[in-house]
Write a protein that binds this ligand. Sequence first.
Ligand SMILES: Cc1cc2nc3c(=O)[nH]c(=O)nc-3n(C[C@H](O)[C@H](O)[C@H](O)COP(=O)(O)OP(=O)(O)OC[C@H]3O[C@@H](n4cnc5c(N)ncnc54)[C@H](O)[C@@H]3O)c2cc1C
Length: 417
Amino acid sequence: MENNHIESIIVGAGCAGMNCALELKKENRPYLVLADYMGGRIYNDDKYHMNYGAVFFFGSYDNMLDPQKNIIQPTTDVLPKLGDGFCHNDPNNDSKMYAALSFKTLCDAPSLIKYMNFMNNEFLPHYKQYKANCEIMEVQTALKKDPLMNELYHQTADEMIAKRGFQGICNDLISLFAHACTGSKVNTLSALDYLNCVQPLTLKIPSLERVMSIKRFDFDKEGMTKRLREGNGEVLLGDDGTVTSVAREESGWSVTCKDGSTYTCDNLVMTTPIDVTAKLLDGLPGVPKLKVRNASVLYGYLLECQPQPAFEKGIVHIFSDETPIIFIAKREEGRYEIFTEVEFEESRMFDRYFKPGWKVIGSKYWPKALFTNPNYVNPNNLAKGLILAGDCNGLGMEPAAISGVYAANKILGKTVD
Ligand SMILES: Cc1cc2nc3c(=O)[nH]c(=O)nc-3n(C[C@H](O)[C@H](O)[C@H](O)COP(=O)(O)OP(=O)(O)OC[C@H]3O[C@@H](n4cnc5c(N)ncnc54)[C@H](O)[C@@H]3O)c2cc1C
């Protein structure tokens, strides 16, 4: 880095920032990653292997699982058998729970079959191609190319469910799973984000084989930092990497960090959460104003506890969007992970689910967890050399990762736009 100038600066080191840097590293191109925290909303605890941020991945997360990138390391299955999952769609009566694979859900066979047909024959093939397109073109261009994806992006999940006749199985199972993934109400989620979340509930008819796994993972932030510093890469974290302002220069971009240092570059990739990016870029000449989706609020908890009788059965309990709890998962005897939409410890709301004596052994509050609605599309190319990435145009780790790949491809001249 000469005179603090470098070809590319990547602001943020979450799924988008890491993927962008790893793609540039593959091509031996210089970059500087500036971030306050390595991993971002991947927030892993080494001792208990608890993910307080992003909890699980699906088998279709090709970029996050790419062995060459080695970003996350798969650990345990969240739900070894579908029958170990329990659904709670009556917010007032916990004893009215039922198994995910039960007489109740089997009564939804007509809508279940419609859902499976749609997933296997329409959504998944189109989504696969759409994701591949998003690596080499802006999201808005990829949407224009595929009318089905475009329709799903701009529809809410409940509109899509009604239009396609999936109400039965969605009300009893699938929408509860989408709520467990996002902490958002189904009538606000876009149909595309909803279907992205519920992919692992696709069964291959007639074998009933589950096509996609749902697994937890570890993330080695020191190892990742070290790898990104190798070769032509540099990483600054904490105050040294926290960007406080961005400016347009005659021939590029400059960023200033909390420690007072300023760096300039030809390509600036912004992968901070969209609300942070919008503030940092606000008012810059020639840069469009960004649209910021509303975010869900989430609390992640790890508890030592014994469940109340209604929660003794099974491994995972998921809840409808009328309750402030999204899921409870048993980790081992006497240890549970729980995600909620409001604070549960001080208010003693855990009493409803666990016997007296429960103890929180770790927690994390996310005032802005997932950016879920409404269905805005932001451009990826904001100005010459200024690229927007992150989960602002699609929910979850893999869409964020893909946006990072796109940003790197743009710098490497591998995109079609
Ligand atoms: C509780 C919770 C559960 C979730 N569960 C799942 C799940 O099970 N599966 C799934 O796929 N997704 C899940 N998600 C969503 C997933 O975590 C995100 O979509 C994804 O991690 C976003 O990646 P990103 O790179 O866009 O942003 P982030 O991960 O937020 O990364 C942004 C980066 O920017 C940095 N940063 C912020 N401000 C500044 C600044 N001023 N200067 C420099 N750097 C800055 C941050 O430190 C971070 O490094 C969950 C999210 C939460 C919060």
